[in-house]
Design a protein around this ligand. Structure first.
Ligand code: NAD
Length: 418
């Protein structure tokens, strides 16, 4: 079985890293060619088909987080992110989690929720009529997707709720749809639109909105890991990390930043695999405020031996088919590197990366602070911004660190001395 704990991956050059990934994930020569020679992965023509008014493409760094073991399987995790230190932090968190077997993770089946807003109805009567027509509604919904129907998936339930609003009561009809391995936004929207004429007919009301809910609480994922106390730096550090978590869970100003750290991991993997990152963010933030109080998405405690236990539970709507997943060449390659065979498996990896990321961030914050690691990586960006050539960057970074002066001006000054 391939091993993701590749020693000193960061010290390898581009070719060596790609060779390691190729062997790990059985990449084809075509995949390697895209990774090596096609910055960003898409052409203008691809971009022009994806969005309106395209004028170019915009690429971001793609890196690999090492050391991940999830439910006993090793993964090299592709991450697309512009922020320095995130990939290193995820790899480090995963390395420590490996000591006690890595991450365990579990994801629900992929049920999306479609909403149909019905106005101008007597809600109690309308609910009775909709209940009586459930079979017909589900049939019309399922006629929209042969693929899902053939798989035994598709719309499974119809439910209703009444909302009291500033302009009076309104009825919301919800479809619960098993979208299998897709994010399922389009199929959900199509089903909502298709059943609306029947809903108007049987209720006598007027349908307004017909759209999926991004609050994907029927697609929850939960992951946890034990982080070894000795590796972290002792039980005292474990206690500090728990105190840091308590701060986040009780103060919204800290919680937003804490959860931003979780999203550093989650969104980077989502980007690499072609997911809708806005949907993921919106759902996670709503979930963080589910009690009416915005708190930490992660939970940190100690086991009886004093080791740190982390858990993360979030709604996570992701797919391995649909959207740009099978269109964007790099998203395809990244999904291949992960070797995932279901949307649930992908959700488990994304959640574990968020937890690893949060562990490393609060560990650094509770000990030396994050600036030490951050500034070293930031120094590389500064050297580059100052105009240093790739072969000059390491030298300038080293000199800035030695001088304890990491700034654009210092980088320019050192560059002028070369
Ligand atoms: P999609 O429209 O490409 O549909 C996926 C389709 O793949 C399914 O309908 C099904 O017919 C087919 N399929 C084949 N094999 C499958 C399998 N094993 N499991 C499931 N389906 C399988 O993609 P989508 O997932 O419906 O939509 C995702 C896109 O929609 C994203 O790009 C997203 O940004 C966009 N979107 C989002 C919103 C929102 O979040 N509010 C709204 C509209 C569109």
């Amino acid at each position: 079985m391939p091993d993701s704990s590749i020693s000193k991956f960061f010290e390898k050059n581009h070719k060596e890293r790609i060779e390691l990934i190729k062997n790990f994930a059985n990449l084809s020569s075509e995949d390697i060619d895209i990774l090596e020679n096609s910055p960003g992965g898409i052409t203008f023509e691809n971009a022009d088909k994806m969005v309106e008014n395209a004028i170019g493409t915009f690429s971001l760094p793609l890196g690999i987080a090492t050391n991940f073991k999830i439910n006993g399987k090793d993964y090299l995790v592709p991450m697309v992110i512009e922020e320095p230190s995130v990939i290193a932090a995820a790899s480090k968190g995963a390395k420590i989690a490996r000591i006690h077997g890595g991450f365990t993770a579990e994801a629900n089946e992929s049920f999306s929720i479609g909403q149909i807003q019905v106005l101008d109805v007597k809600t109690s009567d309308a609910i009775e009529k909709i209940k009586a027509s459930t079979t017909e509604i589900l049939k019309i919904a399922n006629d929209q997707s042969n693929t899902l129907s053939k798989m035994g998936k598709g719309a499974k339930e119809v439910s209703c709720k009444e909302l009291q609003t500033d302009i009076g009561p309104m009825l919301i009809v919800e479809l619960l749809i098993d979208v299998s391995d897709a994010m399922g936004a389009n199929v959900t929207n199509s089903m909502c639109e298709a059943v609306s004429p029947l809903i108007e007919k049987i209720t006598g009301g007027k349908v307004l909105l017909r759209i999926l809910s991004n609050y994907s609480t029927r697609r929850m994922v939960k992951t946890s890991a034990v982080f070894d106390k000795n590796e972290i730096g002792g039980e005292e550090i474990v206690d500090k990390i728990i105190a840091a978590y308590q701060f986040a869970d009780h103060d919204v100003y800290r919680a937003v930043t804490h959860n931003k750290g979780v999203m550093n991991g989650i969104i980077a993997v989502a980007n690499a695999t072609g997911q809708d990152s806005r949907a993921i963010e919106a759902a996670a933030n709503a979930y963080a405020a589910r009690s009416g109080h915005y708190g930490s998405l992660t939970h940190w405690s100690k086991d009886q031996d004093g080791n740190l236990i982390g858990t993360l539970e979030i709604p996570l709507s992701v797919g391995i088919v649909g959207g740009i997943i099978n269109v964007h060449p790099l998203a395809k390659i990244c999904t291949k590197i992960l070797g995932v065979s279901s949307a649930q498996e992908l959700a488990c990896i994304i959640a574990a990366t968020g937890l690893a990321q949060n562990f490393s961030a609060i560990r650094a914050l509770s000990t030396e602070g994050i600036q030490k690691g951050h500034m070293k990586l930031h120094a590389r960006n500064l050297a580059s911004a100052a105009g240093a050539k790739p072969e000059q960057i390491d030298d300038i970074v080293k000199k800035m660190i030695e001088a304890n002066s990491i700034s654009l001006n210092k980088a320019k000054e050192l560059l002028s001395q070369i």
